[in-house]
Design a protein around this ligand. Structure first.
Ligand SMILES: Nc1ncnc2c1ncn2[C@@H]1O[C@H](COP(=O)(O)OP(=O)(O)OP(=O)(O)O)[C@@H](O)[C@H]1O
Ligand SMILES: [Mg+2]
Length: 363
């Protein structure tokens, strides 16, 4: 846990009339890190950003910035800036005036404004575009203007609400690198919102996976990818094969009628669990050499690999990423290593989670 967090949420609840849209959010964000809020539409991502920025008020709980409670502090008094999904640029102003706008409101002198704008334009590789109309800029350029406009205020925290969703795939990937590099160079805290799991995995120091106004799991991209806490996270964070299983004893697990060596210990014997195996961890082989046998149902060429889907004897679906081709209708073997089996404790995590929520609610 960070000693001196830049932002904290303590038991934050947000309600619109009868509608509880955030249920007891607890966060501690460190300085200079790249955080991502990841979750489906309507789960409360923008609401969290709005609470940090001060565009909306908490119903219950406390938000702090730099150790100070900010529940009643207006947005312009917070050292936070937001890049909105639609950029919200002023179409009738040129690039320079868009970026200078906030500084003019603060009544800064002209020379300082010119210096600061020139510096962020350079940083965002927009030098020379000062007098361009916004309508004459491409999507990617507008996006950079929106970031420059936020950075010119030298915020401690930059909030980015799905800033890349309007861009095409190539530009989006370029901007992912650019944003990550910028964040590391400036050393300020970024809170980035996306519903794209690949984007979250590529960019973040830490990811918060959200569902229905709750944070279901937080951790580094590798933690969340390798050790999803439940089926929801496993499904959301990437393509995965999930089957029901039974823990036999430490380091031994059974599924699809067979027993396998695994790397998990500390779970009760005979506990019902779920197992995740990633498609890229499965190796296509002959039925004799495989640990599981499946009948190939479909095969798609995905450029880097074939995506093969087959069914085992119990009707479970298995997706395999393979550079080798299979034939639809044939029986193939799937090989995997003990460490590729990720065990998730079904009931327990959900129950624990709800119990924790209830204990907060009772306080
Ligand atoms: N001003 C408001 N009044 C009433 N309900 C609201 C208001 N703002 C948001 N909500 C509701 O709060 C919930 C969370 O909304 P939020 O905008 O935070 O979702 P989101 O995760 O950002 O979704 P998306 O990915 O679609 O942007 C939604 O059910 C939404 O309808
Ligand atoms: Mg949103």
């Amino acid at each position: 846990m960070p000693e001196n967090p830049i932002i904290t949420f303590e038991n934050v609840k947000k309600q619109y009339e009868e509608d509880v849209v955030l249920k007891n959010i607890n966060l501690k964000l460190e300085r200079g890190k790249f955080y991502t809020l990841l979750g489906p539409s309507g789960c409360g991502k923008t609401t969290i950003l709005n609470l940090i920025a001060g565009f909306t008020e908490v119903t219950e709980g406390t938000v702090t910035i730099n150790g100070e409670k900010v529940n009643d502090v207006p947005p312009n008094k917070r050292t936070v800036n937001t890049v909105f999904q639609d950029y919200a640029l002023f179409p009738h102003m040129n690039v320079f005036e868009n970026i200078a706008f906030g500084l003019r409101i603060k009544k800064m002198d002209t020379k300082t404004i010119e210096e600061k704008v020139a510096s962020v334009l350079k940083m965002m590789r927009l030098s020379g575009y000062e007098n361009r109309a916004i309508s004459e800029m491409s999507g990617g350029q507008r996006q950079r203007v929106a970031i420059a406009r936020a950075l010119v205020n030298e915020p401690d925290v930059l909030l980015l609400d799905e800033p890349l969703s309007a861009l095409d795939l190539k530009l989006r990937t370029d901007m992912q690198y650019e944003l990550r590099e910028l964040q590391q160079r400036l050393g300020i805290t970024f809170v980035f919102v996306t519903h794209d799991q690949e984007e979250a995995l590529a960019m973040s120091d830490e990811i918060f996976v959200m569902k229905d106004g709750k944070i279901v799991q937080s951790g580094t991209p590798v933690d969340i990818y390798d050790e999803p806490i439940n089926r929801y996270v496993a499904d959301f964070i990437g393509e995965s094969n999930i089957v029901e299983a039974t823990m036999i004893q430490d380091y031994e697990i059974s599924f699809v009628g067979r027993t396998f060596e695994c790397v998990d210990a500390g779970i009760a014997a005979n506990e019902r669990v779920e197992v995740v195996i990633r498609p890229e961890d499965l190796v296509l082989t002959t039925p004799e050499k495989g640990k599981l046998t499946v009948k190939v149902d479909t095969q798609l060429f995905r450029g880097v690999h074939y995506e093969i889907i087959g069914y085992d004897s119990e009707g479970n679906e298995w997706m395999v990423h393979s550079t080798k081709k299979a034939t639809v209708g044939e029986m193939v073997g799937l090989f995997f290593n003990p460490e590729d089996i990720h065990v998730m404790r079904i009931g327990e995590t959900e129950k624990e989670f709800d119990a924790r929520l209830e204990s907060y609610e009772e306080e």
